[in-house]
Design a protein. Structure first.
Lengths: 361, 289
């Protein structure tokens, strides 16, 4: 296992990139800690797979260096980098048995038969593939095939990290849970460095202890699921994590308050001072969970129109309008929502400000 | 059995039945009819049972032609399949080179059989042909009109030149259909180029190669135009393959033996195509549980 460092890494699929938008991966530094379970979360086409392929060496980055435990591996091909990668669609070698499939990476590296046998036996046991070892891999189902792909990654005990590129996309939902749990157990037992690419926030939040959120070729925040939820560093993180996502409202700032649609929303005094000093378009962000809705006006509350209320069983989602803006509030199941007019309170300690998408703090 | 009361749906099958009857069943039955009778003229015939079949099965010249045919088809497969796969592996995967090589490969396939024969006769003639003169100029005696081996080499050359592109195109299509992830996984697994070929490319090409083997076997087993144009089956009987022998028989008005022989010929092709198909289907999936 190793610590993986990316230094000033950037990649473009174009031969002569010029504008920043030509880059599938924008220039950045990042360190993946040894033994960490990371999820790389982001919408389709944001550069997750590109980043993964740069780490594994399937892609040579246009700029920057890749370091494993301080050693520069940028120019090494994947077979010499000591890394494992599992792909979206299960890759199995059709003509081989399950055993031969699992032994393939070891055989290619010239390991002796006795050690291969021991190692394959161990991995098969871990993945519950032992009863199938002598069968043709081709005859198995999609989940067993993906387990074999996974097994080929796990079978080399010395890999720097195992990279997963949305490996559970083609697996049935109930098997997905099983495999995800299996993966988590394996991580806890062997302390592998895992980087897991996904666009499914549930998957990312359940599997990883650190989630890196990526958008438009850039990692905008790395943190625990709790960090991402409570303290989004970027409006995209706020919007992408959580259901419904964070309310993002364009605003102006006055001392001690943000102005949205002509209404003053009280802010922490230090925050409004800072916001006054920064450049860029300002936005106010608040999670639907933190909003309080009341029938009568209280200090600092703003009047809103109630457009719609959806009862989702254990909570309610109220769709409100503040001037031209739409706000969603997540309310307890037992709260009565006033018919047309209501007053909304933004708790100042939960209200964030963003300048050009980035948190003002 | 009330469900059999309305049988009108059978009429929908009638056009197909008629078409197959006219194109296949009636001609085949005519051949069967000839094969069991000795026909002297209109209305003048006798039933001979299996006599023609026995005749043909013990015919020395037919045996010779049959072994010659197997040798030829065997060599064709041994040369064209690996060569076609090699060409497909060497072809560019993207860029302008793809269209250029596809067009170049397809050219021989566009030329009619007998024109190919004529091209190669002229090309290999020892007096005026470019290749013939060149080989003789290098000090090798080469004359397809007198030396059986030279005639064989020429027919082989024609066949390989004409049909290897088909195998290459099929193999290329098979190769291009392999998802990129397989090659990426192989790189991660540290597979050598040979292992990539052996465990990814070859198994993934099995389907198209089955088709290639069947097509090339059937087609080379039926070869007629090339040796006919080149030497008419000579020198001697050295390039008299089954179809050439068959035509020699039937043009000699021995329709009975020729018909019996046709049926044997047909059954041989059917049998071998089935064997190849079964064998290739089971390669690599043999002990599926």
């Amino acid at each position: 296992m190793a610590r993986i460092e990316l230094k000033q890494i950037a990649h473009s699929y174009l031969p002569k990139p010029e504008a920043e938008s030509d880059y599938a991966l924008r220039r950045h530094d990042h360190v993946w800690r040894d033994g960490g379970a990371y999820a790389l979360l982001g919408p389709s086409g944001c550069g997750k797979t590109t980043l993964l392929n740069v780490i594994s060496g399937l892609i040579q980055p246009t700029e920057g260096r890749v370091l494993y435990d301080g050693e520069d591996v940028t120019d090494l091909p994947p077979q010499r980098r000591n890394i494992a990668q599992v792909f979206q669609f299960p890759v199995i070698y059709d003509t081989m048995t399950v055993y031969e499939n699992l032994a393939f990476p070891l055989k290619n590296r010239g390991m002796d038969t006795a050690r291969i046998e021991a190692r394959v036996g161990e991995v098969a046991e871990m993945l519950e593939l032992t009863p199938h070892l002598r069968r043709r891999a081709m005859a198995l189902g999609a989940d067993a095939k993906q387990k074999i792909s996974l097994g080929r990654g796990l079978v080399r005990s010395d890999v720097a990290a195992i990279l997963f590129d949305e490996p559970l996309t083609v697996i049935d939902p109930h098997l997905k849970w099983q495999l995800r749990r299996k993966l988590k157990q394996i991580h806890e037992r062997y302390h592998l460095t895992l980087i897991y690419v996904t666009h499914d926030q549930n998957e990312a939040l359940t599997l990883a202890d650190q989630v890196a959120v990526m958008v438009e070729g850039e990692i905008v925040q790395v943190g625990t699921p709790q960090d991402l939820f409570e303290d989004p560093q970027h409006t995209f993180v706020g919007y992408f994590i959580g259901s419904p996502g964070m309310n993002i409202l364009p605003c102006a700032v006055e001392p001690g308050a943000a102005v949205v649609g002509g209404q003053r929303i009280p802010l922490d005094g230090r925050l409004s001072d800072k916001a006054g000093a920064v450049q860029g378009a300002l936005e106010l962000g608040i999670r639907p969970e933190y909003l309080c809705l009341a029938e009568s006006s209280t200090n600092g509350a703003v009047p809103v129109a109630v457009k719609r209320v959806e009862d989702l069983g254990n909570y309610k989602i109220a769709t409100l309008s503040l001037g031209a803006h739409t706000i969603k509030a997540k309310l307890p199941e037992d709260q009565d929502v006033p018919g047309e007019q209501a007053f909304l309170t933004f708790p100042p300690e939960r209200t964030k400000l963003y300048a050009d998408g980035r948190l003002v703090a | 059995m009330g469900k059999w009361e309305d049988n009108k749906a059978w009429f929908l099958v009638l056009p197909v039945f008629l078409l197959v009857a006219i194109s296949a069943i009636i001609p085949l039955m005519t051949v069967v009819n000839y094969s069991v009778q000795d026909i002297f003229g209109p209305g003048d015939r006798i039933f001979v049972g299996t006599e023609w079949f026995e005749d043909m099965l013990s015919n020395r010249r037919l045996h010779d032609a049959l072994w010659r045919q197997f040798l030829f088809s065997g060599l064709v497969l041994l040369i064209e399949i690996p060569l076609g796969v090699l060409i497909a592996l060497a072809m560019p995967k993207r860029g302008w080179g793809v269209s250029v090589s596809l067009v170049l490969l397809a050219l021989p396939l566009l030329i009619p059989w007998n024109v190919i024969g004529t091209i190669w006769i002229i090309f290999t003639r020892p007096d005026i042909g470019l290749l013939g003169v060149a080989i003789n100029g290098l000090g090798f005696e080469f004359d397809h009109t007198s030396a059986p081996l030279d005639a064989w080499i020429t027919v082989m050359l024609m066949e390989v030149w004409h049909w290897t592109p088909l195998v290459a195109l099929l193999a290329y299509a098979g190769l291009r259909a392999i998802p990129e992830a397989y090659f990426q996984a192989a790189r991660i697994d540290g597979a050598s180029p040979w292992a990539v070929f052996r465990y990814i490319q070859l198994p993934k090409m099995r389907g198209v190669l089955t088709i290639a083997v069947l097509l090339r076997f059937m087609d080379s087993f039926l070869i007629y135009a090339e040796p006919f144009v080149l030497t008419g089956g000579g020198p001697g009987n050295s390039t008299t393959f089954l179809s050439i022998y068959l035509v020699k028989l039937s043009t000699a008005m021995d329709v009975g033996p020729a018909a019996a022989f046709s049926i044997i010929y047909f059954l041989i092709i059917l049998l071998f195509s089935w064997l190849f198909y079964q064998a290739l289907q089971n390669v690599g999936t043999g002990d599926r549980q």
